[in-house]
Ligand binder design. Structure first.
Ligand SMILES: NC(=O)c1ccc[n+]([C@@H]2O[C@H](COP(=O)([O-])OP(=O)(O)OC[C@H]3O[C@@H](n4cnc5c(N)ncnc54)[C@H](O)[C@@H]3O)[C@@H](O)[C@H]2O)c1
Length: 270
C-alpha cells in the first residue's frame, strides 16, 4: 500500500506499542509505523487476528487484555525486552458495548466499557511510563526525541452522543490526557488524544447502512493513521485532535477557563 511522503515524524528504529492493533485504526497505525522503519508490538485480545496482522505487516503480537494492569505491563516488557526501548505508545483498544442508562442498563456491560475504554488508558500509561520517560527512565537515557503517548478517544466525547456510556468513557480519557500532559511534559513525554468521527472499521459494521442513509461522512483507518503522524510531529502536548472525514485534522478548541492563583496551587501540589 502506498504511504504518504515521510514527514519525519517517526524515525526508523523507534519502537512502538499499539493496543487494539489487530484491527481497524490500530492495525492501520501499526502498518504505517512499520512502513516508516519502526519496530512495532501489537497488543490485542484477539489472538487470531493479532497474529495475522503482525505476520502480514512485520510486527510482533502479544496477547493482551488492556483492562488488566498485569497484561499492560507484560506487553510493555515484551516490547522492551525484544527491542531494547519504547518510544511511542498508542493506547487505542476500545469497545462500544451496550451503552444504555434507564431501560436496558446492564451493570456488567457498564463495568466492561469502563474497563476496556478507561482503565485501559490508565493502566497503559502506568505500565509504559518508566520506559517512555526521557532523561531518567531505563529506556530514555540520553535520548533527545521525546516519548509519545497517543490515546484514541472519540469525537463522541466532544458533543452529545447517543452512545451515552461510550461517550462518558471517552470524555474521561480526554480529561485524563489534558490533566496528565503538563505532568508528563517534565519527563519529556507528550500525551494527546485522537478524537475520530466515524471511521470505516469493524466497530461500526452493524451501523454501516444507517450511517450511509443518514449521509454522515466516514473516514478511513488510513486517514486516522495520517492524523496519528501529524500528532507525533506536533510540538504541543495535551491536545484532543479532531479527526473527521470532512475537515482538516486539528486540535479541538476548548474554551480557556482562567482561574486566579491556579498555577501556584498546581506548582505547590507537585
Ligand atoms: N470506528 C469508529 O467509528 C471510531 C470512532 C471514534 C473512535 N473510535 C475508537 O477507535 C479505537 C479503535 O477502534 P476501531 O474502530 O479500530 O475498532 P476495531 O473493532 O476495528 O478495533 C478494536 C480493537 O480493539 C481490540 N480490543 C477490544 N477489547 C480489547 C481488550 N479488552 N483488550 C485488548 N484489545 C481489545 C479488538 O480486538 C480490536 O482488535 C477504539 O478505542 C474506538 O472506540 C472508533
Amino acid at each position: 500500500m502506498a504511504i504518504p511522503e515521510n514527514n519525519n515524524t517517526f524515525s526508523a528504529g523507534r519502537v512502538a506499542l499499539v493496543t487494539g492493533g489487530a484491527s481497524g485504526i490500530g492495525a492501520a497505525v501499526a502498518e504505517r509505523l512499520v512502513a516508516r522503519g519502526g519496530h512495532v508490538v501489537i497488543a490485542d485480545i484477539d489472538t487470531d487476528r493479532g497474529n495475522a496482522v503482525a505476520a502480514r505487516i512485520g510486527a510482533v503480537f502479544v496477547r493482551t487484555d488492556v483492562g488488566s494492569l498485569a497484561d499492560n505491563e507484560a506487553a510493555v516488557e515484551a516490547a522492551v525486552s525484544r527491542f531494547g526501548r519504547l518510544d511511542v505508545v498508542h493506547l487505542n483498544a476500545g469497545t462500544t458495548g451496550r451503552t444504555a442508562i434507564g431501560d436496558g442498563f446492564d451493570l456488567d456491560s457498564y463495568r466492561n466499557i469502563v474497563n476496556v475504554n478507561l482503565d485501559s488508558v490508565v493502566f497503559g500509561v502506568q505500565a509504559a511510563l518508566p520506559h517512555v520517560r526521557r532523561g531518567q527512565g531505563p529506556g530514555g537515557q540520553g535520548s533527545r526525541e521525546r516519548g509519545s503517548i497517543v490515546v484514541t478517544a472519540s469525537a463522541a466525547a466532544l458533543r452529545p452522543s447517543i452512545e451515552v456510556l461510550y461517550s462518558a468513557t471517552k470524555s474521561a480519557v480526554i480529561g485524563l490526557v489534558r490533566s496528565l500532559a503538563p505532568v508528563l511534559r517534565r519527563d519529556g513525554v507528550s500525551i494527546d488524544a485522537l478524537c475520530p468521527g466515524l471511521v470505516d472499521t469493524p466497530l461500526i459494521a452493524g451501523r454501516r447502512s444507517a450511517i450511509a442513509e443518514a449521509g454522515i461522512p466516514v473516514a478511513s483507518a488510513e486517514q486516522v493513521a495520517d492524523a496519528f503522524e501529524t500528532v507525533l510531529g506536533d510540538e504541543r502536548t495535551g491536545q484532543a485532535w479532531l479527526v473527521m472525514a470532512d475537515r482538516p485534522v486539528a486540535p479541538f478548541p476548548f474554551a480557556e477557563l482562567p482561574v486566579p492563583g491556579a498555577e501556584k496551587l498546581i506548582n505547590a501540589d507537585q
